[in-house]
Design a protein around this ligand. Structure first.
Ligand code: NAD
Length: 454
């Protein structure tokens, strides 16, 4: 590890990664590598948790291809120095901001979208001109292996290297000095990463999780709302950081909500025997989900098969904020439904809890939509949809508070992996002597005038 980091630091210091065509060529190479090996990538992820080639394309590879194409097209302008105004005090001069890469970066991935969550930050880091060490999650072993194989056989280790491993390898990596750490995972491990980074004053981006609520207000388009929400919730069997975690539905619409949600699940492809319904990642997570159902009132679903690691899409009714299922992020196909009568009280309950990664509002009532958007702090979200906001890379994606620090995708990813160096570039033609000794009353008056102060 130490040797790889040293080599990467030397390579970074050679300035090779500062060249924009170098960055573009590496990104092109990565895209070709992924395209040429799509079948192997499909097979690996299917072996890990039966994720289908369709889902692998839609929720992993297409996002990576988009991020690569976007970076190749725009990196030149993202990396350009930008002129800004100069203040009166410093004139004549020009002022500009130079985006510069940070150096040797560490990306730590989560398991639930193993390709996307490992490689999208790596793409942003490469675009910004850094070197990358990638540590994918060890849980989906086949996807971790194939990423290591493809990248380590095709990229120079001093530029881009995959180091596989679990907790001990990650902790060893974290004990080293990096110039940036980008972590995706739980809030619990996020704190470990943050503490380790603090020892070296390394900047971090933390992409964490949390309980993301979805409101269905009194006046909403229930049919289309449920269709979109059910897809977002049960995609990847609920193992999505931005999945709606629980529902807050106006009491006048609760019965209709439950009935339509049940019908929508029945008509969907989220069934054990469908190739597009993934497994729960491991037995530990199966047991965790079973534990969350303790004392719960099941409205629909509720079946599971521990050996096959399948968990049926499940809707819980008459849920209260004190129930076991409401204590932690669910991260699985269980949907608790809580009814509310007073929107202010519902908002107050959300605000008592850690700031969510996402929040969704299904409503036709603009005043309530704006009220929730104004009053609740959360990473990002959608109105009348769920999850889809993260596909719009014109907006950054990330959390706030317990759900994360920083954001990425598109230019936001480039910015996350860059430092913005501010330069004042002065003319030597004149040198007013205002700041120099002797400090007279007149000089002070002039300084106040230039600063626009009295
Ligand atoms: P995790 O925190 O258990 O693991 C993430 C990474 O940290 C893995 O690479 C793992 O090897 C490493 N790790 C685990 N324990 C460690 C320790 N003690 N010390 C050092 N490293 C350690 O998370 P996970 O189970 O892979 O993912 C699930 C969580 O991630 C959920 O909370 C989910 O919401 C969140 N998540 C967030 C996003 C996002 O973009 N914000 C995306 C996906 C998942």
């Amino acid at each position: 590890m130490k040797n790889t980091i040293k080599k990467q630091r030397d390579f970074f210091n050679s300035n090779a990664t500062k060249d924009i065509s170098f960055r573009k060529n590496q990104l092109k190479k990565l895209k070709k590598l992924l395209k040429d090996h799509e079948n192997e990538l499909d097979e690996a992820i299917f072996k890990d948790f039966k994720k289908s080639p369709f889902d692998n394309y839609v929720s992993e590879l297409s996002i990576l291809y988009h991020d690569i194409d976007d970076a190749i097209k725009n990196v030149k302008s993202w990396a350009k120095r930008k002129s800004v105004k100069t203040n009166l005090l410093n004139m004549p001069a020009s002022s500009y901001i130079i985006p510069e890469p940070l150096g040797v970066t560490l990306v730590i991935g989560a398991w639930n979208y193993p390709y996307q969550l490992s490689l999208a930050p790596a793409i942003a880091s490469i675009a910004a001109g850094n070197t990358v060490i990638l540590k994918p999650s060890e849980l989906p072993v086949h996807t971790s292996n194939i990423m290591a194989k493809l990248i380590n056989e095709n990229f120079e280790p001093e530029f881009f290297k995959v180091i596989e491993g679990g907790v001990s390898e990650t902790q060893e990596l974290l004990s080293q000095k990096f110039d940036k750490i980008f972590f995706t995972g739980s809030s619990y491990v996020g704190k470990i990463v943050y503490q380790a980074a603090a020892k070296h004053l390394t900047p971090v981006t933390l992409e964490l999780g949390g309980k993301s609520p979805a409101f269905f207000t009194e006046k909403c388009d229930m049919k289309i709302g449920i269709k979109r929400m059910i897809w977002a919730k049960f995609l990847n069997a609920g193992q999505t950081c931005v999945a709606p975690d629980y529902i807050l539905v106006h009491n006048s619409r609760k019965e209709q909500f439950l009935k339509l949600a049940k019908e929508e699940i029945e008509n969907s492809h989220f069934h054990f025997d469908n190739d597009n319904y993934v497994q729960i990642i491991n037995e530990g997570n199966m047991q965790r989900l079973i534990g969350m159902m303790e004392g719960a009132k099941v409205y629909s679903g509720g079946n599971y098969d521990i050996e096959e690691r399948y968990f049926e899409p499940t809707v819980l009714t008459d849920v209260s904020f004190d129930d076991p299922v409401m204590q932690n992020e669910i991260f699985g196909p269980i949907l608790p439904v809580i009814e509310y009568t007073d929107i202010d009280k519902a908002i107050a309950e959300v605000k008592k809890r850690p700031k969510p990664l996402s929040l969704y509002i299904f409503s036709k009532e603009r005043n309530i939509i704006d009220k929730i958007l104004n009053e609740v702090s959360f990473g990002g979200g959608s109105v009348n949809d769920a999850v889809m906001h993260l596909t719009n890379t014109y907006m950054g994606f990330g959390g706030v508070g317990d759900s994360g620090i920083g954001s990425y995708h598109g230019i936001h990813g480039f910015n996350t992996f860059s430092h913005f160096k501010s330069i004042l570039d002065r003319s030597t033609l004149i040198e007013p002597n205002l700041k120099y000794y002797p400090h007279t009353k007149n000089k002070l008056k002039m300084i106040k005038m230039i600063l626009g102060q009295k």
